[in-house]
Write a protein that binds this ligand. Structure first.
Ligand SMILES: Cc1cc2nc3c(=O)[nH]c(=O)nc-3n(C[C@H](O)[C@H](O)[C@H](O)COP(=O)(O)O)c2cc1C
Length: 434
């Protein structure tokens, strides 16, 4: 199973472990001649890395992207692009003592059950570092998105809710409610000092999205967005539009009624039947509290003995600020697929015109061919007259017809049609020769 590939628009495969040599991505399907957006990709990676972010892990990584192939003089060549980020602050030796322990909340136990072997160094492939590859790949999509804008912000962290959203309010945790920001920071500091972590809910608003994106039944837009978002570590749930509140509503409250001007509400979150309606797409997803905490917890070893485990070192108090750039990357990958599928449908409507254009051109070519043939026949007639040669050559005519019939058989059309056509062509030739 190609479970490390997202094979549609870009055909990407990601690779690498948290404490291995590097994390990377191979992009197989890319047009040649596209300006390679190196600066943009690096900026997106900078937004994803913990760096010196408040309430983030202390791992110091530059996350400098290196292009190994597929780009020449700043442009894509159409060959596979391989991008890597080397793990510079990897300390696999720090994980020696975890080799035989299943860390609570992490994927250690399930990976071991499945493969009987797993990279225990910082989560290996289940680590948040794996998402570097997704963010890097999504940098190749912006040209497709045109006016579409993607807004992503937390609406809930712990018990704090962001109810007065002000998009001009900028801060390191992307919290958009000025009113309770300071209180929230104090709360996060307390959680951090206690060695614990906290979860939250993130809202996504996709604006200027055209109607018609998403393909029933297995490529529905909401289904693909859900899969993409749920593929991010620590994301545990997703709801579109009014989401789980719909359970409390009646149809008369939940339906988005319409007028000549358009929809009168957006309970559906901009998607009906898996297809975008042209309204803003709105969904929310929940992020669980960071699994690594500096608090003692019960677990077991690989041989089943009970042990007390406590993470050491700094961890992300809340992963949300780190997940936002990853969610954006996954949304871009889904939209790129939906836009490219839609282009196929749009082109299919145009195809009849394309075919007509092509067939008209062939008809014209046939006429030009016949005209040229007549010209040459005329020259042959004049030559034969000059040399006192017989104009008609029945044997040659017969020989040529047999050759044409043979070709007709291999091309799969009828000998009768070829004979009729040949008769018309010869008659025309004779007219100009005599
Ligand atoms: C960008 C990003 C950073 C993450 N950082 C951490 C971290 O520092 N510590 C941690 O315990 N989990 C972190 N996670 C979450 C784990 O990867 C995830 O919880 C774990 O693999 C178990 O998977 P699950 O929660 O999806 O079941 C991070 C996830 C992402 C996407």
């Amino acid at each position: 199973m190609k479970s490390n590939s997202w094979e549609n628009y870009l055909g990407i495969t990601t690779f690498g472990e948290s404490h291995g040599i590097a994390i990377g991505v191979v992009i197989q399907d890319i047009k040649p001649g596209i300006k390679f957006p190196l600066v943009k990709i690096q900026k997106a990676l900078d937004a994803r890395k913990p760096g010196n972010k408040r309430f983030a892990s202390g791992r110091k990584e530059e996350d400098r992207i290196q292009i190994l192939s597929g780009v020449l003089e700043g442009k894509t060549t159409g060959m596979p692009i391989c991008m890597v980020v080397y793990n510079k602050d990897a300390k696999p030796e720090d994980y020696e003592n975890l080799k035989n322990i299943f860390r609570p909340g992490h994927a250690d136990f399930s990976l071991f059950q499945k493969f009987k072997i797993y990279d225990y160094r910082g989560g290996g492939r289940a680590s948040g570092r794996e998402t570097i590859a997704r963010v890097a790949a999504s940098g190749m999509i912006d040209h497709l998105l045109q006016d579409i804008t993607i807004k992503i912000y937390p609406v809930k962290i712990g018990k704090f809710e962001s109810s007065n959203i002000d998009t001009s309010f900028q801060n390191e945790i992307n919290w958009l409610d000025r009113n309770n920001y300071n209180e929230l920071i104090e709360y996060l500091k307390k959680i951090e000092n206690s060695g614990d972590s906290i979860g939250g809910i993130v809202e996504v608003k996709i604006e200027n999205i055209p109607a018609g994106l998403g393909d029933p039944v297995f490529e529905k837009l909401d289904a693909n967005l859900a899969k993409a978002i749920l593929s991010i570590g620590a994301v545990k749930g997703i709801e579109f539009g009014d989401g789980f509140i719909l359970a409390e509503l009646q149809g008369s409250q939940a339906n988005d009624q319409m007028s000549k001007e358009g929809f009168l509400s957006n309970h559906s979150g901009g998607i009906l039947g898996g297809i975008s309606t042209g309204q803003n797409i709105i969904f929310r997803f929940v992020v669980k509290p960071t699994s690594s905490i500096n608090i003692e917890q019960k677990t077991i070893s690989h041989t089943g003995e009970e042990v007390i485990f406590k993470s050491s070192g700094r961890h992300d108090t809340c992963i949300i600020p780190r997940i936002i750039p990853v969610a954006e990357a996954m949304i871009k990958l889904v939209l790129a697929d939906a836009i490219s599928y839609q282009k196929l449908i749009d082109n299919a409507q145009l195809e009849i015109n394309d075919f007509r254009e092509a067939i008209d051109k062939i008809d014209e070519d046939i006429l030009i061919g016949l005209f040229r043939r007549q010209e040459i026949s005329k020259l042959i007639g004049e030559y034969k007259k000059k040399k006192n040669l017989k104009i008609e050559d029945k044997n040659r005519e017969k020989e040529l017809l047999e050759k044409l019939k043979l070709k007709a058989r291999t091309w799969g059309f009828s000998e009768k049609q070829v004979s009729t056509l040949w008769k018309i062509i010869l008659e025309n030739s004779k007219k100009v020769q005599c």
